[in-house]
Design a protein around this ligand. Sequence first.
Ligand code: NAD
Length: 252
Amino acid sequence: MSAADDKPEHDLGSLLSLEGKTAVVTGGSGGIGSVTVEHLLMAGAEVYCIDLEGKSAPGSAIFKACDFSDPEQIANTMEEIHDEVGGFDILVHCAGITRDRVLWKMSDEDWDAVLEVNLDSAFFLLRAAIPFFRERGDGRVVLISSINGERGKLGQANYAASKAGLIALGKTAARELGRFGVRVNCISPGLIRTRMVAELPEEVLEKARQEIVLGKEGDPKDVAHAVLFLCSDMSAHITGQVLRVDGGQWMA
Ligand code: NAD
């Protein structure tokens, strides 16, 4: 065998390249979402950043306002993107909220708000995206879950249930869509330094930090790197998985 036979089929750069792909990132103006948008742009994708009215898109991404608690707005936004660029290949669902209360103090509104934005919207987005993916014979979906969706968390019944639901939704979608060339994976971040965690009480943060095997909270780019991997051809044979980006904060 000659040295040439040992050469990889593609160079590493082309395996990570998203040139010619269109990506939609929900919650793309947030801490993890905005860094994810930047990474997808760097990889050559055209990127739609979708977030609440009044927010903005990083770099050259195209901003669209949409409230993910409203199914009609989600359907309209998906249709607009289809009309503008004929669909998309990549969906990263990053939008998410918390409304923490212990179960006995949690209102119906706290429960519904978190389930609507975190989980219901993923169902509406995926269902709307499937015809685009089938048309292209390609699709890469990454749902941002949380380690608290896998282990439960005091004060987060609504949030943990929504994030566990994303994992079940993602695995089911992976089973149903594999035959059309669509891959669906989840990422479970642990504590990542963003506005969402800045609002937590210091003692909760300190306890979380003590759980992290690598000794420090994660940076949004740690999650963005995992998203890029799961959206690229580097992960061509990976679907239905949950990738924890948590510095070892929670090991099953
Ligand atoms: P963030 O608050 O910075 O970003 C969330 C984004 O979602 C914001 O830009 C916000 O405007 C958007 N959003 C909220 N409600 C919306 C709605 N109704 N319609 C449209 N957009 C809406 O938070 P983050 O820390 O960057 O979190 C991003 C994702 O990562 C979330 O799904 C979160 O649950 C998950 N996560 C974060 C951590 C962490 O430690 N930061 C850990 C685990 C999982």
